[in-house]
Ligand binder design. Structure first.
Ligand code: CP
Ligand code: NVA
Length: 302
C-alpha cells in the first residue's frame, strides 16, 4: 500500500479525521489516568525544523516518548540540509533510517518533494501554506468543550495565512461555516476559497463577521518569515484585533482560540486571550494528544 502522508488535512477523509479526534480524546484520558501505552517501541521520528517552535517540537518529542518511541531534532544549522544537500537525497537517506518524519519549513513544495522521495510517512509541522497539526488540536478542543462542530459558525479574524488555509480545509471536512475577516490584500488563496465557497465567505468588516458566531479564531499578523513586514502589517490589521467588542457580538457561549504564540495588544487583547471564553491552554495541550493519535494512525493503522 502507498505510504500515507499528512501534508494537509485533506490527506484524511472526513471519517478518518473524526476517528482520529475521537482517539485523541481517548489517548488524553489514558494519559491523565497514568496508563502506560507504548505501541511505538523502537520507532523513531525525525523532526526537521527550518523555523522556530515551542509547541510543535515539545508535543511531538514528548508524544513519541510517551508512546514508547524516540524523537530526534534536526535543524538546518547542524545538518547537511543547511549546506545545500538536496531535499530529495535527504528524504531517501532519512527514510532508510527512521520510521516517520515531521517537517516545519517555508515553501509547501519542499514538503511535497520530501514526501515524493520518502518511503516513510511525512507529517507537516507547518509550512507557509498550511498548519494541519494545529487544526487537529483546535478541533479536538472544540469537540471537548462543545461537541460536534458540523453546522456551526466559525469566524477567523486576521491574515489569510497558513492557519486560515487550514481552517478552510477543516470547514470542508467537518462541514462548518467559516467567515474570514481580513483586510484587503491579505486574503487567503482564492482557489482554496472558491472550492469551499458553499461554506466559506470573506467578510471585510470584523464586526459583521463576528455577529452570532460560535468560535472566534485569530493568529499573528506577521508569520514566521514575514518579520520585516511587521510595521506595515500593524497598520493594515489595526482594525482587526479580537477584543471585547468583537467577542460581545458573538454568541453567548462562543469560544476563543489562538494557535500561539500570541501578541497581546496586537491580534488579540489581553482580556480576551486571558479571559473566560479563551481555551488557548487546552488547545496548546491538545497538540500532544492529537499528534499522538496521528502518529498511531500513520504508523500502526495501515
Ligand atoms: N502553534 C504552534 O505551532 O506553536 P509553535 O510554533 O511553538 O510550534
Ligand atoms: N501563522 C503563524 C503560525 C505559528 C504557529 C506562522 O506561520 O508563523
Amino acid at each position: 500500500m502507498a505510504t500515507r502522508h499528512f501534508l494537509s488535512l485533506l490527506d484524511l477523509t472526513a471519517v478518518e479525521l473524526m476517528q482520529l479526534l475521537k482517539r485523541a480524546i481517548e489517548l488524553k484520558a489514558m494519559h491523565r489516568a497514568g496508563e502506560v501505552y507504548t505501541p511505538l517501541k523502537n520507532k523513531v521520528l525525525a523532526m526537521i525544523f527550518e523555523k522556530s517552535s515551542t509547541r510543535t517540537r515539545v508535543s511531538f518529542e514528548a508524544g513519541m516518548v510517551q508512546l514508547g518511541g524516540h524523537a530526534m531534532f534536526l535543524s538546518p544549522r547542524d545538518t547537511q540540509l543547511g549546506r545545500g544537500e538536496p531535499i530529495e537525497d535527504t528524504a531517501r537517506v532519512l527514510s532508510s533510517m527512521v520510521d516517520i518524519i515531521m517537517v516545519r519549513t517555508f515553501e509547501h513544495e519542499k514538503i511535497e518533494t520530501l514526501a515524493k522521495y520518502s518511503s516513510v510517512p511525512i507529517i507537516n509541522g507547518l509550512t507557509d501554506w498550511v498548519h494541519p497539526c494545529q487544526l487537529l488540536a483546535d478541533m479536538q478542543t472544540w469537540i471537548e468543550h462543545r461537541g460536534d462542530i458540523k453546522g456551526r459558525t466559525v469566524t477567523y479574524v486576521g491574515d489569510g495565512n497558513n492557519m486560515c488555509h487550514s481552517y478552510i480545509n477543516a470547514a470542508r471536512l467537518l462541514d462548518f461555516n467559516l467567515r474570514i475577516a481580513c483586510p484587503e490584500g491579505y486574503d487567503p488563496d482564492p482557489e482554496l476559497v472558491s472550492v469551499a465557497d458553499d461554506r466559506v465567505s470573506i467578510i471585510r468588516d470584523p464586526r459583521e463577521a463576528c455577529e452570532n458566531t460560535d468560535l472566534i479564531v485569530t493568529d499573528v499578523w506577521a508569520s514566521m518569515g514575514q518579520e520585516e513586514e511587521q510595521k506595515q502589517r500593524e497598520k493594515s490589521f489595526a482594525d482587526y484585533q479580537v477584543d471585547q467588542t468583537l467577542m460581545n457580538l458573538a454568541n453567548d457561549d462562543a469560544l476563543f482560540m489562538h494557535c500561539l504564540p500570541a501578541h497581546r495588544g496586537e491580534e488579540v487583547s489581553a482580556e480576551i486571550i486571558d479571559g473566560p471564553r479563551s481555551v488557548v491552554w487546552d488547545e496548546a495541550e491538545n497538540r500532544l494528544h492529537a499528534q499522538k493519535a496521528l502518529l498511531e494512525f500513520l504508523l500502526l493503522n495501515q
